[in-house]
Design a protein around this ligand. Structure first.
Ligand SMILES: [Zn+2]
Length: 316
């Protein structure tokens, strides 16, 4: 299949052997991080703000040429203050990105040879980096399909789980080609399927002028407040609605995500649902860049502020 967007596509991930060849030693990992922070002139001295002329010493530590302050390679990144080797971090990045559904903390801990709690925290820090990176991407534009769902809710038959107690309501938005093939996905936890919530998402995530296709639920008309055009499609109800053509891709995405969450994680607390959704979207949006996704997530982690444990557990 020819790429519609001109991107070079790689749907083949890195083998473990290839991964180890690239990131199997501390030296290789430090070198990679150094390139990401330093070559782009991104590291400013926290003492004096001086850029670009600090000297590399052991590749763990930099010294500012101007004020002589020393800066750790990982300072100011997601890796800051971690006692774990960088090889363990890169291995975590590898395991989090190579399977479509991510990996549970238990399985990750086993793979890395660290305690489950340690694996959990690493995973959440890296998911924060994914979320930060996704939030910096351009808004969805052109044709955008939207749909509502409940995490843990029942989509098929019945009443779509709307209003179900204890469920987490989410909005899925997919930018598609004119042929209705999915390009990019955004997943957002909402307080409910209300106009105000839809308007907030549209303002943040949809470019003005986007053509938003929905199932006609009344809250979707609020996308017009953000300058989008709204095309409600009456789908009827039941099984047939879920497979009806204009929504095929959105429903495929949603179905996959629900299956993945049920199968991989068994239970995701509402508090962490947004982080998990962002990680799904992150992987989905890089599904044709699997050969470079390890570097991409390492780059995101280097360019995301530290995410201490207290911050991760405090978020609601
Ligand atoms: Zn300085």
């Amino acid at each position: 299949m020819a790429p519609a967007d001109g991107l070079r596509r790689s749907m083949k991930g890195l083998s473990e052997a290839e991964f180890r060849e690239r990131f199997g030693t501390e030296e290789a990992c430090r070198e990679a991080l150094f390139e990401m922070r330093w070559r782009e002139g991104g590291l400013a001295c926290p003492g004096c703000g001086h850029r670009g002329s600090c000297q590399l010493r052991t590749r763990k530590l930099f010294q500012c040429n101007r004020c002589k302050r020393q800066v750790r390679l990982t300072a100011g990144t997601v890796f800051q203050d971690s006692k774990l080797p960088l090889t363990t971090w890169f291995a975590a990045i590898y395991h989090l990105t190579q399977s479509k559904n991510g990996i549970s903390s238990i399985a990750l801990g086993r793979r890395l040879g660290v305690r489950r709690q340690t694996a959990w925290l690493m995973k959440h820090k890296l998911m924060r980096a994914m979320g930060t990176r996704e939030a910096a991407k351009p808004k969805l534009s052109g044709r955008v399909e939207v749909d509502d769902a409940y995490l843990g809710g029942e989509r098929h038959g019945g009443k779509r789980g709307r209003g179900a107690a204890g469920k987490t309501p989410i909005v899925a938005a997919v930018e598609t080609t004119a042929e209705r093939k999915p390009r990019r996905l955004r997943l957002t936890v909402v307080k409910g399927f209300r106009k105000r919530e839809v308007e907030k998402i549209a303002e943040r995530d949809f470019a003005p002028g986007a053509n938003v296709v929905s199932d006609g639920l009344s809250c979707w008309s609020a996308v017009e407040e953000a300058g989008c055009a709204h095309f409600p499609m009456a789908t009827g109800s039941g099984e047939r609605a879920a497979t009806w053509t204009p929504f095929r891709w959105v429903n495929t995405c949603l179905g996959n995500i629900k299956t993945a969450i049920a199968g991989t994680y068994h239970h995701v607390s509402p508090k962490h649902a947004q982080a998990y959704l962002a990680s799904f979207a992150y992987r989905f949006n890089r599904r044709f860049q699997l050969d470079s996704i390890v570097e991409r997530l390492a780059w995101a982690a280097v360019h995301t502020a530290p995410q201490p444990y207290q911050v991760i557990i405090a978020d609601a």
